[in-house]
Write a protein that binds this ligand. Structure first.
Ligand code: GRF
Length: 212
C-alpha cells in the first residue's frame, strides 16, 4: 500500500537538527519568514554546543537547544533526549541540516516519512561523507544536491527534489561545494514547501506529487 500524505496544518512545526554552520537552516528560515513555506521552526537542536548554526538560531530568537552526544552512554541514550526535546516542542517534521549523526531505525520510526535530509550530490551517487570530493575524484561532469526522506539507510530514502550543477575542469572541492550549496539553499525550501502544500505519496522508491 502506498503511503499517502495528508495536507498539513496551515503552519507545520519544524524541528531542525544541525551540527555545523547552519546555512541550510538559515535558507529554510528565510523562506518561512518570506511566507514561501507554510511552517514555523519550533526548535533547533545541535549535538555540538558550539555549532555556529545554534548561535544563529539564538540570535534569531528561536528555541535552540544543545544536546551533546559526548558523555552519553550510547546512541539511543542521546537520541532519547533529542526525541524528548522534539516532542516537547510539538515538532511534526524534522529537517536535518548538516546533522553529523546517523539516526537509528528506532529514531526514524518515531517520525515515519517526516524526516528530511539534504545531501550535496545527485543521489544515489556519492552517499556519505565528502560527496563533493567523491564527485570530483570520480570525474563526473554534472553534480548537484538531493533532498530526500530519511529511511534506515545512508542517504537512501525516497527522493523529493534534486538540482544539478556543472562540474568544471578547474573545480576544487571548495568551488564545487559552494556552487552546489547555492542550489541546496533553493532546493530545500522548495522541497519542504511542496511536501507541506501538495498531496504526495511514496510508491515503491518513488515519491510522487499528485494533483488533487
Ligand atoms: C550541506 O552541504 C548539506 O548538504 C550537508 O551538510 C552541509 C551542511 O551545510 N548535509 P550547512 O551547515 O547547512 O551550511
Amino acid at each position: 500500500m502506498p503511503a499517502k500524505s495528508r495536507i498539513q496544518n496551515p503552519k507545520s512545526k519544524i524541528g531542525i537538527l544541525l551540527s555545523g554552520r547552519g546555512s541550510n537552516f538559515l535558507a529554510l528560515h528565510a523562506a518561512i519568514e518570506h511566507g514561501e513555506v507554510p511552517a514555523e521552526i519550533a526548535v533547533v537542536i545541535s549535538n555540538l554546543a558550539d555549532a555556529p548554526g545554534l548561535a544563529k538560531a539564538r540570535e534569531l530568537g528561536l528555541r535552540a537547544e544543545a544536546i551533546p552526544h559526548r558523555g552519553e552512554p550510547g546512541r539511543r541514550a542521546h537520541e532519547e533526549k533529542v526525541l524528548a526535546a522534539l516532542r516537547g516542542a510539538g515538532v511534526e517534521w524534522i529537517c536535518l541540516a548538516g546533522y553529523m549523526r546517523l539516526l537509528s531505525p528506532e529514531f526514524v520510526a518515531a517520525w515515519p516519512r517526516r524526516i528530511l535530509n539534504i545531501h550535496p550530490s545527485l543521489l544515489p551517487a556519492f552517499p556519505g561523507l565528502d560527496a563533493q570530493g567523491q564527485a570530483l575524484a570520480h570525474g563526473v561532469k554534472v553534480s548537484g544536491c538531493t533532498v530526500h526522506l530519511v529511511d534506515d539507510g545512508l542517504d537512501s530514502g525516497p527522493i523529493v527534489a534534486q538540482k544539478t550543477v556543472p562540474v568544471l575542469d578547474g573545480d576544487t572541492p571548495k568551488t564545487l561545494s559552494s556552487r552546489i550549496l547555492e542550489q541546496e539553499h533553493r532546493a530545500y525550501p522548495e522541497a519542504l514547501r511542496r511536501l507541506l502544500a501538495e498531496p504526495w505519496e511514496v510508491v515503491g522508491r518513488r515519491l510522487v506529487f499528485r494533483p488533487e
